[in-house]
Design a protein around this ligand. Structure first.
Ligand SMILES: [Zn+2]
Length: 303
């Protein structure tokens, strides 16, 4: 294992990123160069998803008005993964992106295929479709449909405001995706309780939970997750920057790990929160949360 004071050692190790939102996953310097100016830094004043959505609206929306901004964002996301030493990448595209930014599904698939091959063909890339939980089923289905022609996407994720509508509203959508052979994932227990993690996992028949840190509040639910081998794709820096968790030292990933829950470490939004997977391994090690051997177990969970 690498010297814990040297970030380069972590970058050199093969690792996964199973929780990555492509449009927010780019290497900042690449985006800023294309944009021609610096993006403002994200700093939350209170816990919740609202300030993040405001930041996206204020900082990134103008960027996406530029021609080729979509392609540049995809390229930046693959560059970020490559420099981070990611060898397995599950990265989502929002099904409503074509409607919001007038980028047709075919252009999205073309860009993902092109930049995967051009930037990081060595990465085992699993393209994913993301569904925002605060939108109507009607608009989500309309957004999903054009992507179905490509037989390209391998997983689905449900995200954005965890409290926007009951998870049961998405049961049929997820059952349909599962029927197509897609891996089913959803954000739960980021801000919500342990019960919300189990409910999402059961109702949507999840193969993995995005975040899921709320489960640390219940030994019974941690046991249930461990028994069912449902991994949590955790993003410690995101949790800290969104003021859900105070520090790496107090992050509930340690409690989850100690209760036998399979955990992985992921970026969420490297463009916004600033850290790749390697930086988070480094910070968890430096804070004394895990030993080298434990971090290696966690790293292997995602591979
Ligand atoms: Zn996320």
């Amino acid at each position: 294992m690498p010297d814990p004071i040297d970030i380069r050692g972590y970058r050199a190790l093969p690792k996964s990123d199973c929780h990555n939102h492509c449009m927010l996953g780019g290497k900042r310097s690449v985006i800023e160069k294309h944009y021609g100016k610096k993006l403002g830094r994200f700093k939350a004043k209170q816990s919740g998803i609202g300030e993040l959505n405001s930041w996206i609206g204020n900082e990134l929306r103008p960027f996406f008005q530029l021609p080729d901004a979509f392609e540049k964002a995809v390229e930046a996301a693959f560059i970020q993964a490559k420099v981070d030493g990611v060898t397995r990448l599950e990265m989502s595209i929002d099904v409503l992106f074509p409607m919001m930014f007038h980028v047709p599904a075919t252009r999205i698939v073309t860009a993902l295929k092109y930049f995967h091959q051009a930037v990081a063909p060595e990465i085992d890339f699993c393209p994913e479709l993301g569904f925002p939980r605060n939108k109507s089923m009607r608009s989500l289905l309309a957004g999903f449909e054009p992507f179905l022609n490509f037989d390209y996407f391998r997983s689905v994720d449900l995200y954005d405001d965890e409290f926007a509508q009951p998870v049961g509203n998405f049961k049929e959508l997820f059952r349909f995706a599962k029927g197509l052979g897609m891996k089913c994932k959803a954000h739960a227990g980021e801000f919500g309780s342990s019960d919300s993690v189990k409910e999402a996992a059961e109702v949507l028949e999840l193969d993995a939970v995005q975040h899921g840190i709320g489960a640390a509040g219940s030994p019974a639910i941690m046991k249930w997750l461990a028994d069912h081998q449902i991994p949590l794709n955790i993003c410690p820096t995101s949790n800290i920057k969104l003021l859900i968790v105070r520090s790496y030292k107090t992050h509930p990933i340690r409690i989850l790990f100690d209760h036998g829950v399979k955990v992985t470490i992921n970026t969420d939004d490297a463009l916004v929160f600033g850290d790749g997977v390697s930086e988070q391994f480094f910070k968890l090690r430096r804070a004394g949360v895990f030993t080298d051997e434990e971090l290696d177990l966690i790293r292997m969970n995602g591979l």
